[in-house]
Design a protein around this ligand. Structure first.
Ligand code: ATP
Ligand code: MG
Length: 343
């Protein structure tokens, strides 16, 4: 059951409420969501079940989920154009995940770099490693395929997970007949923003405060993080631009007019650029870019978020329940599977 003529291509993507939305999420994915909703049939969700894969506090999770909806609305996600919802409000995702668990290879999951990294970090800190952390790419496959998502606007860190989604789709189609698309990523101009404090690692909510710049963070705190951002760590003959300086130039390219970017890059190449000048420029243009989002966010209330989510859950469930029904029919489970049989 592919797409019929006249139907728009489905786009699906999500963000985990493991903290507040940051500029890596924004430039890496959400900015594309806002653009794509004009043209495609979009499903965007807050992945609260994914947030359970590492330590969580229920009150914080509730707060972060609501804040993330509000941040997304402020970024320009429009609940009239895109279906915006919270993953746990559509229980069919986890139902499909169980089916997919039986089509996903154990060895494939063991190879997921994100799992390997997080497992190692958790074990070093003598923290618990859950089955949920291991299984999370399978739930992600369900999140996408349940809406027949064909395009997935994400950051570079998600490419491996998306490859797994395609494998699961392929295995399902081979066993039970053509049904799911094999989704492709849409990468942004900044598919991997790095941490200002450790530019060898990506900016990530779960790495801690100093590694991220939030969209709604107080201005002086953003200033401090950019001012103290790591640039060159000692002399690096012939290694070219260091990861920290590269990250600052990426931010400048995303936020400043091209002539400002070109001028500073020329100064860098001519070895006359002072990093303090680069940092001041990044701060100024980043704040200017974020200001309209921050203003809109201040005007939004919890009521706005709840209204958007009510509408979103309704629309998402209508599609998701159809998919799960059809999957159950094909694989031989559910009440309907028995109806056609005689004694
Ligand atoms: P966590 O640390 O909990 O995994 P995160 O900061 O990685 O959080 P996610 O919610 O996992 O954020 O990701 C939301 C979207 O943002 C995904 O599409 C992801 O690929 C993208 N993304 C996350 N971090 C970056 C980054 N540093 N640069 C570009 N895109 C990013
Ligand atoms: Mg992540």
């Amino acid at each position: 059951m592919g797409r019929t003529a006249g139907e728009k291509v489905r786009v699906v993507s999500g963000a985990k409420p493991t903290g507040k939305l940051h500029i890596g999420n924004y430039f890496g994915a959400v900015l594309n969501w806002v653009r794509l909703q004009q043209e495609y049939d979009c499903y965007f969700f807050i992945a609260d079940y994914h947030a359970l894969t590492e330590e969580w506090d229920p009150d914080e999770l509730r707060r972060d989920t609501l804040d993330m909806v509000l941040d997304l609305l402020a970024c320009g996600v429009d609940p009239e154009k895109a279906v915006l919802f919270v993953q746990s409000h559509v229980p069919e995702h986890t139902e499909l995940c169980w089916v997919f668990n039986n089509l996903a290879g154990f060895g494939d999951l063991l190879r997921m770099t994100q799992f390997k990294e997080r497992r190692e970090a958790a074990e070093q800190a003598q923290e618990f490693v859950s089955v949920g952390l291991f299984d999370y790419p399978v739930l992600q496959a369900a999140d996408i395929l349940i809406y027949h998502g064909a395009k997935v606007p994400v950051g570079e860190d998600q490419l491996q997970h998306l490859e797994l989604t395609r494998r699961i789709a392929r295995r399902f189609n081979q066993k039970f007949g053509e049904y799911f698309p094999e989704p492709e990523a849409i990468l942004s101009e900044a598919p991997r923003l790095m941490s200002p404090a450790d530019p060898e690692r990506k900016m990530s909510k779960s790495y801690g405060e100093k590694h991220v710049i939030h969209l709604m963070e107080p201005e002086d705190s953003i200033y401090q993080k950019i001012k103290t951002a790591v640039t060159d760590v000692g002399p690096q003959p012939d290694r070219g631009m260091s990861p920290g300086v590269k990250n600052l130039f990426t931010l400048l390219r995303l936020t400043a007019p091209p002539d400002v970017y070109d001028r500073l890059l020329q100064e860098y190449n001519g070895r006359t650029l002072k990093y303090v000048t680069l940092k001041e420029a990044v701060f100024e243009h980043l704040m200017r870019t974020l200001e309209p989002i921050r203003q809109r966010r201040r005007a939004l209330t919890a009521h706005d978020a709840r209204e958007a989510l009510r509408l979103g859950a309704q629309k998402a469930r209508a599609v998701a329940s159809k998919t799960v029904q059809e999957v159950k029919r094909r694989i031989g489970v559910g009440a309907e599977a028995l109806e056609a049989l005689s004694a």
